[in-house]
Design a protein around this ligand. Sequence first.
Ligand code: NAP
Ligand code: GDP
Length: 344
Amino acid sequence: MARKKALITGIRGQDGAYLAGFLLERGYEVIGADRRSGDSTSWRLKEMGVEGRIKHIYMDLLEYTNVMDVIKEIRPDELYNLAAQSFVKTSFDQPFLTAQVDALGVLTILDAVRHFSPSTKFYQASSSELFGKVQAAAQDEKTPFHPRSPYAIAKLFGHWTTVNYREAYNLYCCSGILFNHESPFRGLEFVTRKVTNGVARIKHGLQETIALGNLESRRDWGYAKEYVEAMWLMLQQKDPDDYVIATGESRSVREFVQLAFGIAGIEIAWEGTGVKTRGLDRSKKKVRVTVSPEFFRPAEVESLLGNPRKARKKLGWKAKTSFEELVRIMVEADIKRVGAGMLF
Ligand code: NAP
Ligand code: GDP
């Protein structure tokens, strides 16, 4: 039997690396759609040990003809659209670019699929950011959306376009509404990795403090390595559908920071962080965390908590790694990397 062919956009990103590894293990031929021509190195794909096993193809979501040509040529069995300008804060500075990639990019791919490869099963990387100013204590597939950033608004367009192409053209399209998922492959701009990399640098004497923004915001944080299996499971069902993927547990940024420092065995004092410092022995504890206005957003998503019941029931998927384990995995990986001289 011929190997199944999967095309992954955003192959160099966190999820792209894990998904590539997951699909290769299952015997897929993996083609990485890559916006950069020429140099095909990537630290994530290298660390995963999959770099040489992926065929790279040049495809930028902003190039309509380029996308059409690639889909016409590859005609993949499964297409995972993970490419995005994925950082919420940047989307406030670059709303047009974000809309072009995260909204129109999805439309471009889906239109190419409709015309040139209608049997392709399509996965869209939607986000819990769609819920934004949340309308229910725990958010599921029926919770109304209230996006709070240009990123979330663009992703909302991508989500509804995916639903519409399923309903209008009978394509196999799924939208995975994934809550935050982290790992040692997470980009350094995101708060979790910023903290674990900072903790590792402090541990090795390369840095004194970490400057952060809103410590009170809460996220439903899961382990990215497990979340890519949910993407794949969505495309193995009889009928296409949309699913919330989450742990069902919500923690604050402050909790993440406390755990990360604790795991590294570093005592912390907080400055300007709203934590009472009265009685703190400053001679023993160094200020390790400061709060800077630079890292606040014009509109914040204060709290997210997913209800993954549908995924559990229909896909048989459940998050396995606890919050504490996740923080440990990330802190230990970064301490090891920094110790080995791998500096970001
Ligand atoms: P990531 O690490 O930021 O990776 C995004 C990838 O998209 C990068 O490889 C980037 O390419 C690529 N890309 C950006 N603009 C492109 C363009 N114009 N054409 C082609 N490729 C482009 O993101 P991630 O954490 O793996 O997330 C994967 C997807 O899930 C994203 O769509 C994200 O928005 C969504 N999502 C993520 C989370 C999460 O918690 N991680 C939660 C919900 C949804 P370069 O490598 O060349 O920069
Ligand atoms: P997001 O949920 O996709 O926006 O993921 P992030 O990791 O970028 O942010 C998660 C939460 O952490 C948001 O509510 C941010 O406001 C908050 N946060 C607090 N300090 C920081 C920081 O220094 N960097 C980032 N990226 N987020 C921060």
